[in-house]
Design a binder for this molecule. Structure first.
Ligand code: FAD
Length: 324
């Protein structure tokens, strides 16, 4: 019987990268126990089942309910609770993303077990798992041990490696999870889901991020950053300073209260490097900072620092990259 239940995140019928990161966490937390996966929404093709199995899932449950088409916290909570019961899992691992984290908290409350939210890592000592959570914008780390009942954990995307493919996966197909007897409670009514216009490349999963801060001076100032991001095949992000000033949408915000990104290359343009911003990007592999102020704190975390005007430097970079 699986010991761990992973709540899959998907987009357009494909698992999001974070789903594979959750499988890594499941294997680390329970090296000898099986892993079940809950899929919410339309059952995907056999290729997805095979992919999940090859990365460690031994049982696949799918809640293909009409109530899960648009976000509905009650339906999500029911799906997670029924999957816990069906799988018999003692540990539930989900992504710390909206809106899933809302439903995980509700399910955890229902089972009365321990709950560790927003974890970035785990450690195993003497057969016990400690879930590590950053506090105070990453200045401190809390290690939380969940000792009773069914435990629930949410993990920030982009912190653990994605589970790799192992060649010896047994064939696994999705099993349908029936809705609750009597139907999903109807205390919450979702009237409309308005799709937000997003960047071409998903910021959370982009391998290259070009981010702008208050130094871009206005919405128009993001144009050279978009051109650079396009030339590199990356996504555009922003500091909260830029979002607060109305230069861009809050969906682009990176940091303690925004998205956490760990791309291969992060180019910070006109961003001072406040601790709350660093909390969202300091684990990027290579950091390039462009800033007119040689004393800007962002240079302390940068691998390459360019002291100068972003409006001169960024177009030069774009031009050079387009030549290649
Ligand atoms: P500034 O600090 O104003 O820096 C602008 C920089 O641009 C300066 O360094 C300047 O030298 C440079 N510059 C100006 N003109 C140019 C030019 N032409 N070329 C090159 N460089 C130029 N912030 C986040 O980013 N993310 C968060 O999630 C976040 N969460 C927060 C949560 C809390 C509870 C609090 C209190 C704050 C949070 N903040 C967050 C805000 C954070 O403290 C900073 O205020 C914010 O990051 C500053 O944004 P900035 O670097 O764009 O602006």
């Amino acid at each position: 019987m699986p010991e761990v239940l992973v709540i899959a995140e998907q987009r357009d019928g494909r698992p999001r990268t974070v789903t594979y990161e959750l499988l890594t966490a499941a294997k680390l937390a329970s090296p000898d126990g099986g892993v079940a996966v809950l899929w919410r929404g339309k059952i995907p093709d056999d290729g997805v089942a095979g992919e999940l199995a090859s990365r460690g899932a031994v049982r696949l449950l799918a809640a293909e309910w009409p109530e899960l088409q648009a976000y509905n916290p009650e339906a999500e909570t029911e799906a997670i609770a029924l999957a816990v019961q069906a799988s018999g899992a003692k540990l539930v691992i989900a992504a710390h993303v909206s809106p899933t984290r809302d439903a995980v908290a509700r399910a955890a409350q229902r089972f009365g077990g321990g709950y560790a939210a927003d974890c970035v890592d785990l450690s195993r000592t003497g057969g016990e798992t400690e879930w590590l959570r950053p506090l105070f914008a990453g200045k401190a780390t809390e290690a939380r041990r969940l000792v009773s009942g069914t435990a629930f954990v949410t993990i920030r995307p982009n912190n653990l490696p994605a589970a790799g493919v192992s060649g010896d996966a047994p064939p696994t197909a999705f099993e349908r999870l029936a809705p609750p007897e009597g139907g999903v409670p109807k205390r919450v009514l979702v009237r409309e889901v308005a799709a937000r216009v997003t960047e071409d490349v998903d910021l959370g999963e982009a391998r290259i991020v070009v981010a702008g801060g208050r130094g871009v001076r206005g919405a128009e100032g993001f144009r050279p950053l978009r051109e650079l991001a396009q030339a590199l095949g990356g996504a555009v992000g922003a500091s909260r300073g830029a979002c607060d000033a109305g230069y861009c949408d809050y969906a682009l915000q990176i940091g303690q209260t925004g998205k956490v990104v760990t791309p291969d290359l992060y180019i910070a343009c006109g961003i001072s490097g406040a601790i709350q911003h660093l909390a969202g990007m300091s684990r990027s592999r290579v950091i390039v900072a462009i800033n007119t102020d040689p004393d800007a704190p962002i240079f302390q975390v940068a691998d390459y620092g360019l002291v100068g005007d972003l409006f001169e430097i960024v177009p030069m970079l774009t031009e050079e990259i387009r030549k290649r």
